[in-house]
Design a protein around this ligand. Structure first.
Ligand code: DC
Length: 222
């Protein structure tokens, strides 16, 4: 039987970079489910459909094809109608659109099997918001990775500046707070720690310490 690690938590807690490294060390596949929501968000932007227009998004889902694949390095590649959009979905705008469309029940239902299928046949660390509560409720390991909004905004700011983007810390912090609100207050699958999850707070931890904390929780449980 394959092993599943559900890694949930708010935006910017370092889930993706920590999970990627932990997966490499453990020989697991890393699955970033946020990329799937971002891809549907991008499809909505391209189709000029408002991310809060639920019937419009439902209709859009009938027309598009979202696929999750892996390249030769084992890195995840998301395809929108066959086009690799992995780079294009990494902007603050795409992230805000993703947060909005992720509240639409049909969007969540559309992505459910896609996520479950990957975990069926491979050892995975899957990162998202509802992995331990909805997508993989039977995951052997459930971790809720969090950090203060200020710490998360600071990290995101640094990351975007390093990529050469021109952004303001205050804008990133208010985005983080708005996304937290959207993610925790939506009716369908809101972000919350699964009852049987272990919380890892990375506010005071650097990257290496965070990876170590996550790996040690995983090793304890499997
Ligand atoms: O992890 P991320 O920042 O790439 O996620 C983008 C948005 O997608 C986020 O605001 C919430 C949503 N999301 C979700 O609702 N459920 C998931 N499993 C993953 C992401």
């Amino acid at each position: 039987m394959s092993t599943a690690v559900a890694l949930d938590g708010p935006a910017g807690a370092g889930k993706s970079s920590i999970a990627k490294r932990a997966a490499k060390e453990l020989g697991f596949i890393y699955v970033d489910t946020g990329a799937l929501y971002r891809t549907i968000g991008l499809a909505a932007t391209r189709a000029k459909t408002e991310p809060v227009d639920s019937p419009g998004i439902d209709a859009l889902l009938e027309k598009i094809k979202v696929e999750l694949t892996f390249n030769e390095n084992g890195d995840q590649v998301v395809l929108l109608d066959g086009e690799d959009v992995s780079g294009e979905i990494r902007t603050p705008e795409a992230s805000m659109t993703a947060s909005k469309i992720s509240a639409i029940p049909k969007v969540r239902a559309y992505l459910l099997d896609l996520q479950r299928d990957i975990a069926k046949n491979s050892d995975v660390i899957m990162d998202g918001r509802d992995i331990g509560t909805v997508v993989l409720p039977d995951a052997q390991v459930k971790i809720f990775l969090t950090a203060s909004p200020e710490a998360r905004a600071g990290r995101r700011y640094k990351e975007l500046i390093e990529k050469g983007m021109s952004v303001k810390y205050e804008d990133i912090l208010s985005d983080v707070i708005e996304r937290d609100y959207n993610d925790t207050h939506r009716e369908t699958a809101p972000l919350k720690a699964a009852e049987d999850s272990v919380t890892v707070d990375t506010t005071e931890l650097d990257f290496e310490q965070s990876v170590e904390a996550v790996i040690s929780v995983i090793k304890e449980k499997i």
